[in-house]
Design a protein around this ligand. Structure first.
Ligand code: FES
Length: 171
């Protein structure tokens, strides 16, 4: 058992080491990782501070800027603890690009439709749209408006067009 350094005149304090953590194994964008830190750490901090994947943003409740895909479902990375991710596959906005950095069709459509203002919400839209198109190949404007992402730059109309452009291409 390790002992803390005591100041002169003070009794030596005993440090009880934490039991070794087994680690939480997960895949992020196809790569395997083991998180050995605090199991309560939100996924968002793990992505941004440990893996340096900063495309997923911090936002207020239901802003949608922190969306990632976990097993194909769009979820809030800031409200998901690492303990919930053992054995799971996570895909972030960085993981949408293909071989040699080829843009995902949605990324290209957002560029083509000028659907990016400041860009803070863009990753959230892209993740939400990937999930939407996986379950609904022909979304309506109302389907798109129900996506849980807020754009404070007012890009909603152009976001609709970008998502429908990809849906149309797959028709
Ligand atoms: Fe700025 Fe959406 S592009 S918040």
């Amino acid at each position: 058992m390790a002992q803390a350094q005591a100041r002169p005149g003070e009794p030596a304090a005993t440090i009880v080491p934490e039991p070794a953590r087994k680690g939480i194994a997960l895949k992020v964008n196809g790569e395997s990782f083991v998180h050995v830190g605090d199991p309560a750490m939100p996924l968002l901090w793990y992505l941004r501070d440990v893996l340096r994947l900063t495309g997923t943003k911090y936002g207020g409740d239901r802003s949608g800027v922190d969306l990632v895909l976990v097993e194909g479902k769009a979820v809030s990375a800031q409200s998901l603890p690492m303990s919930a991710l053992a054995g799971k596959r996570v895909r972030t906005v960085e993981g949408l690009t293909g071989e040699a950095g080829a843009l995902h069709p949605l990324q290209q459509a957002f560029i083509d439709e000028d659907a990016i203002g400041c860009g803070y919400c863009t990753g959230g839209w892209l993740i939400a749209a990937v999930e939407l198109l996986a379950r609904n190949a022909h979304p309506t404007d109302e389907d798109i408006d129900r996506l849980p992402v807020l754009c404070r730059c007012g890009c909603h109309t152009r976001v609709r067009r970008a998502i429908k452009r990809v849906a149309g291409a797959h028709a």
